[in-house]
Design a protein around this ligand. Structure first.
Ligand code: GLA
Length: 390
């Protein structure tokens, strides 16, 4: 339901909840998807990321039950399932519910006592497009459990629970970025997160620019397997470098000079993967300073540099992403454009002058069609607050 306003989405979700469960929901939670502006494939290297929470979200309506059953209805899939809080394991029959199962499991593993619930959910975050639809589902469910059980758990800890659910119940060894920004994003701001200690600050987005997401329409078939390979290559780089730099725990600790000096220790491919991460870490400070000053030109250049490095060194781009980035860069008023998320399809993110957005959309749609024979969906995103009850 991408074009329905939030109010309409909430009211239609409430209706469905009432029809199905015969009562009003006690809480309706909204948890956003995300677009990452800078710092890609850095979160699992203890580095920095700079995502925004976007105005595409999962809505999760829930009411407590007296027993230990969780009954879920996914409106968009027209699917239902039920499970007991005493018997939590991933389900191969209902994989869409593994996020909720995992979240419940890891909340209980931390000692929180949960009551059952009835829930209905719907999402307008495009699935599999690299905008973190799964993190939004996890965070929405976790927040609903927290609200209905009055759990004393912080939002950063809730994000960690969601990450664990993604690792163990969905089988994706992701970093912390997606769940964290879905929980702690702020309207009008990007979130600068230090993925080593989870220290964060909100950085205001300059006036007069828009964040524009373009979807390749290519679903990320390779993202799972190649993501694991990239993680392993980063770990391999760390192991080699530790021989000469014993203080290094993660690529985050390596400077560009150190990497250049010890290049010979690393296999060529591993060196290039490491160079992407090390340069991304080194460049983040200046880029954030530019953003704070409202210098969209300098920040846009950092986005372009990041994309080049993701394409050439990290090798997570694909022809469709390249076509979108090239088309974006042809538009006057586009400051920078890059792939966002894991890569191998999914979306690009571009920073565009507000008054150039319609020309941007017109040009990119047309060029993309010419170049690839495919259609792109263009989403002009507002930076939104992280999870909350509405
Ligand atoms: C996926 C993961 C994130 C992050 C990005 C790449 O979105 O879920 O943790 O690693 O890829 O930056």
């Amino acid at each position: 339901m991408p074009n329905m306003s939030l109010r309409k989405r909430v009211s239609s979700l409430r209706d469905s909840f009432r029809q199905r469960f015969g009562s009003e929901p006690a809480v309706v939670v909204r948890a956003p998807g995300r677009a990452n502006l800078l710092g890609e494939h850095t979160d699992y290297n203890d580095g920095f990321v700079l995502p925004i929470a976007i105005d595409r979200s999962v809505l999760f309506a829930a009411a407590p039950r007296a027993d230990r059953q969780v009954v879920l209805h996914a409106l968009d899939l027209d699917a239902s399932t039920a499970f007991s809080l005493d018997d939590l394991a991933p389900s191969s029959a209902q994989p869409w519910s593994n996020y909720q199962r995992g979240v419940a499991h890891f909340l209980q593993a931390r000692g929180y006592r949960l009551q059952g619930l009835n829930a209905a959910l719907t999402s307008d975050v495009p699935i599999g497009s690299g905008l973190s639809s799964s993190a939004a589902v996890e965070v929405a469910a976790a927040f609903a459990f927290r609200a209905l059980n009055a759990l004393d758990i912080s939002l950063p800890d809730l994000a960690l629970v969601c990450q664990q659910a993604e690792h163990e119940f969905a089988g994706v060894p992701c970093g912390i970025m997606d769940q964290f920004v879905s929980a702690l994003g702020r309207r009008g701001h990007a979130l600068l997160l230090d993925c080593r200690n989870l220290a964060y600050e909100h950085v205001p987005l300059p006036a007069g620019v828009r964040v524009v997401v373009c979807d390749t329409g290519v679903r990320r078939e390779l993202a799972g397997s190649e993501y694991r390979v990239r993680r392993a290559q980063c770990e391999e780089a760390v192991r080699h470098l530790q021989a000469v730099l014993p203080g290094v725990q993660a690529l985050r600790d390596v400077t560009p000079e150190q990497l250049a000096e010890h290049r010979a220790l690393l296999p060529e491919v591993v060196y290039r993967r490491a160079r992407h991460v090390v340069l991304a870490t080194a460049r983040m400070g200046q880029a954030v300073a530019a953003l704070r000053l409202g210098d969209a030109v300098a920040f846009g250049q950092a986005m372009r540099d990041c994309h080049a490095s993701l394409r050439d060194d990290y090798e997570v781009s694909c022809p469709e992403l390249e076509a979108l980035v090239d088309a974006a860069n042809e538009v006057e008023g586009c400051y920078g454009s890059r792939l966002t998320g894991a890569g191998f399809g999914g979306c690009t993110v571009s920073l565009v002058a507000a008054d150039a957005v319609s020309e941007f959309e017109r040009h990119v749609v047309q060029r993309y069609r010419q170049q690839t024979g495919r259609e792109t969906t263009v989403i002009v995103c507002a930076a939104e607050d992280g999870v909350g009850a509405i």
